[in-house]
Design a protein around this ligand. Structure first.
Ligand SMILES: Cc1cc2nc3c(=O)[nH]c(=O)nc-3n(C[C@H](O)[C@H](O)[C@H](O)COP(=O)(O)OP(=O)(O)OC[C@H]3O[C@@H](n4cnc5c(N)ncnc54)[C@H](O)[C@@H]3O)c2cc1C
Length: 505
């Protein structure tokens, strides 16, 4: 137990999970109310571990069971069954092991949330919270020193693509230098921004590390506490689940809140039949196009300087595909990516489906909380096959850019997919086989209106059918945002603190 343990096991609020949303919520709620708050985190803090602290060291964290819950997928009908969903097991959650791209969501995406039934969540109401967290997380634009990145900007200009400025929230088809939550080489996670040093926490905030919550305890339909592998803890006001889009639905289902038919299948008594729990899973799926490079890319903070945004689908949205440009070979060397050639000098263009049409699920493997949940994103299963079509179009776009004057001198040859992969059928098969998650599973306990049976929480993030229980993390998104979601999730944590404080004023 770190912080200032109170001499009682009952707190006003218990927050489960100290990740992007949970750490933010804990700190902001502790600052704005005198209430006693217990933050229960499954992993350690790693306050001094250079692998966690330094952005350049971080690639090794993904998949390492010391740091990662590392969820396999159930066999995919059309996608890559070998890929794994990384979820950080540490204070700060995935904000403590991610790539630190810090992008404010497009205003249009926030307005779509409200239109989808998330009462009170729109560009105007979320804007001030985005501003707040961008400052707290020390978000700043990347350095613009890498020659390869400059060449991509020139290539975009050659093709008539504008340079836009994500750091000011600008989006649309174009290319942008991105922003990072980074400070002097350190990844500025939510643990760094809001909780460290743990020796100096606010007196009303207690952090209980390395403790896994198995279920919420109820009195009738009122949440009163949580059961953990270190005993039970109780809260007089509220329990707030911030365990992320995979573990929050898992905990809800283990607590009897979920799809009744599924709970019956695994032998759990149904408290609330909530079919949306674990449903509606949306993720960004990407595929790599990699070239052998003629020379090193040049100086960059983490070799991920640029985002591109393209409209490649059938809708008239300003962009539906995001492209990550990396100064290296494709980042995974696990199966099946180990089949791709890895040269020392390389760079990669990885389009991802920013507005996915496929929908997946998270389900329980059994009623035993120690079992990993069954994660089934059902990639590329949308009826119109739009998701695959966007990646095919993305690979073609990469090849068009490779022909520009600005990039031609950088390219020795295309390594992947490689010149033999040409027809739409071949490109689609490649895109699916070598698809990887951008690690953005969302929407598994979505917000929505009273008349939406799939809505798990209301606009104040309260779990429908219960009292004293909320969800505050990436699972509440009604629809995945079109960009890297971390800053949006931190914003959710910050706004939730105000909603909760208001409700208990
Ligand atoms: C490898 C990788 C790279 C990424 N790169 C970027 C990027 O560059 N930019 C970006 O915007 N997004 C990125 N993301 C996505 C982003 O970091 C996540 O979407 C976001 O951090 C999720 O926030 P969250 O609060 O919903 O969940 P998390 O941050 O995952 O927090 C959940 C917390 O709950 C804890 N927990 C889980 N189960 C339990 C339990 N039973 N009991 C107690 N505690 C529990 C976990 O230990 C964790 O601390 C990346 C993700 C990964 C994995």
């Amino acid at each position: 137990m770190r912080g200032n343990p109170l001499s009682k096991t009952e707190y006003d609020f218990i927050i489960v999970g100290g990740g992007s949303a949970g750490a933010t919520l804990a700190r902001k709620l502790a600052d704005s109310t005198p209430a006693s708050i217990l933050l229960i985190e499954g992993g350690p803090a790693y306050e001094d571990d250079p692998k966690v602290m330094y952005l350049k060291e971080s690639l090794g964290l993904v998949g390492d069971p010391t740091y990662d819950y590392d969820y396999p997928l159930v066999p995919q009908e059309r996608g890559n069954s070998l890929l794994r969903i990384s979820r950080a097991k540490m204070l700060g959650g995935c904000s403590a092991h991610n790539d630190a791209w810090a992008l404010r969501a497009p205003d249009a995406d926030m307005d779509r949330w409200e239109a989808a039934g998330a009462d009170g969540w729109n560009a105007a109401t979320t804007g001030p919270y985005f501003e707040q967290v961008l400052t707290d997380m020390k978000v700043h634009p990347v350095t613009r020193t890498a020659e390869l990145s400059q060449a991509w900007i020139a290539a975009a200009a050659e093709r008539g693509w504008p340079e836009i400025d994500n750091t000011r929230g600008e989006y649309g088809q174009g290319i942008s230098w991105v922003s990072l939550n980074e400070h002097e080489g350190l990844r500025y996670s939510t643990a760094m921004a809001y909780l460290f040093p743990l020796s100096d926490l606010a007196p009303n905030l207690t952090v209980q590390l390395e403790t896994l919550v198995s279920r919420v305890l109820f009195d009738g339909t009122r949440a009163i506490g949580v059961e953990t592998d270190r005993g039970s803890f109780y809260a007089s006001k509220e329990i707030i689940l911030s365990a992320g889009s995979i573990d929050t639905p898992k905990i809800l289902m283990l607590s009897g809140v979920g799809p009744a038919d599924h709970l019956a299948e695994v032998g759990i008594d149904v408290l609330i039949d909530s079919p949306g729990v674990g449903s509606n899973l949306q993720d960004h799926i990407e595929t790599p196009v990699t070239w052998e490079a003629t020379r090193p890319a040049g100086e960059s903070i983490n070799g991920l300087d640029l985002g591109m945004y393209a409209s490649l689908g059938r809708s008239d949205e300003d962009f539906d595909t995001q492209i990550t440009i990396g100064h290296f070979n494709y980042w995974l060397e696990t199966e099946p990516f180990d089949e791709l050639e890895h040269t020392e000098l390389a760079f990669t263009f990885a389009p991802n489906v920013a507005r996915p049409s496929s929908r997946g699920v998270v389900r329980l493997a059994s009623s035993d909380w120690r079992d990993k949940p069954l994660v089934d994103p059902r990639y590329f299963t949308d009826e119109a096959n739009e998701d695959e079509a966007k990646l095919i179009a993305g690979i073609k776009l990469a090849r068009e850019f490779a022909q520009t004057e600005a990039l031609r001198g950088w390219i020795v040859r295309e390594i992947a997919p490689g010149p033999s992969v040409q027809t739409d059928e071949e490109l689609g098969a490649y895109a699916r086989r070598y698809s990887n998650t951008v690690y953005h599973p969302m929407c598994t306990a979505k917000m929505g209106s009273d008349d939406d049976p799939m809505a798990v929480v209301d606009g104040r993030l309260r779990v429908r059918g219960t009292e004293g229980l909320r969800v505050v993390d990436g699972s509440v998104m009604p629809e995945i945002v079109r960009v890297n979601p971390n800053i949006t999730i931190v914003m959710i944590g910050a706004r939730a603190a105000d909603l909760i404080a208001e409700d208990h004023a």
